[in-house]
Design a protein around this ligand. Sequence first.
Ligand code: BG6
Length: 478
Amino acid sequence: MALPKEFLWGGATAANQTEGGMLEGGRGLTNTDLLPIGADRAAIAAGKLNNLERKADYFYPSENAIDMYHHYLEDIQLFAEMGFKVYRMSLSWTRIFPNGDDETPNEAGLVFYEKIFQELKKHKIEPLVTLAHFDVPVALIKKYGAWRDRRMIDAYVHYAETVMTRFKGLVRYWLTVNEINILLHQPFVGGGLIFSEDENVEEVKYQAAHHQLVASARVTELAHKIDPENQVGCMLAGGSHYPYTCRPEDYFEAIQRDHGEYFFIDVQARGRYPRYALKKFEREGLSIQMTEEDLKVLAENPVDFVSFSYYASRTVSSHPEDYEATTGNLFKSIKNPYLPSTEWGWQIDPQGLRNSLNQLYDRYQKPLFIVENGLGAKDQPDENGYVDDEYRIDYMREHIKAFKAAVEVDGVELMGYTSWGCIDLTAASTGQMSKRYGFIYVDCDDEGKGSLKRSKKKSFDWYKQVIVSNGEDLTSPQ
Ligand code: BG6
């Protein structure tokens, strides 16, 4: 038994964490440009602190990131050397439409991505393109209050139609919204939302979610019309919930918490609102505006495949106050005593990946795609920038074994695997450069200082060998 020979191995990044070139080539500002490193980051990300004007005393890591804007040729060359079959990246919406809804696109932005796709094609690397990876144009936040307003749908659809038409023949795998459930946890990051004191936060979040879901379905429809070769996926911040004990109420808590996250994918994959969500709206008095036409678009345009990120499982209890919580995790979780943790307190659980794959496949019966997974760790480079990152190899080896078992033993349909941050990039949660995921080291620190020189880590050769053997040879290189 082995993985199918067309299995898509590769790596993943996002524009806001790699590109830099914030105002170059006519680009406009986006929400993640306004996330500083430091104490205020969490409140801004949560939509509790309004930071729509850039401040001189903040350091904004996305401003230059790893400057892929000027280094992409070198970076793609390195991906090709590792044998990538696929490269997941996102487009920066404001590079194409600086204000989000301009009548005509910015040609310089389109040309920038066209060159990237042509370069990938030269190396036979298939692009997997996320249309919105934590990306809401600031002009639209100011104009509409972001995704709370249904006019966002047309702006997003116009953007998607523009790029899908222009890049027809160069791109055929698309993801509509990165980690769509993050909207509930970091509403400014996921949806550009900033709340006023008197509003019903829960209602605004689910209204924004509805607009994103309709926009995603409309784009799925459009993608198929523009090119029948196009395949569109949804994208979930994955990781299922474990009950802390076998107390029946703990198990029910796990079911409910799964509902909370799977809600989005239930709509995108099945084409209708799950009854538990409608009951929640009713119970909590949330009035979500939906038209008949919205429901029709959702019903007629489910996604082709389900993609997700996986870093950790989550553990829950009906009595959470009795237990210690994990640190540094966006999702509230109790510390699982059976699992080790990363330096950032994320619990390492390869078996949890196999569990999630089975759960998602049982639930949706659609091909799955792991589009993010990896270990954020502090690396110590030698004077040549080489890092002996055996710990990263260990982490990835166990996760690869887990998804291979899900495919080969459990029969899950899996299209591919793109490890997160295949080249070091700035962290989404903290903005740190020192939280590194890559096979490629980038000389840059948490203050944005460094030569930006790229160098190979030990895991670079390891991953190359994993890909060439289609996941059969997972041993460490000598
Ligand atoms: C996912 C995001 O949440 O996790 C990525 O889609 C992010 O953008 C990744 O970088 C890892 O999180 P962090 O905070 O370690 O960068």
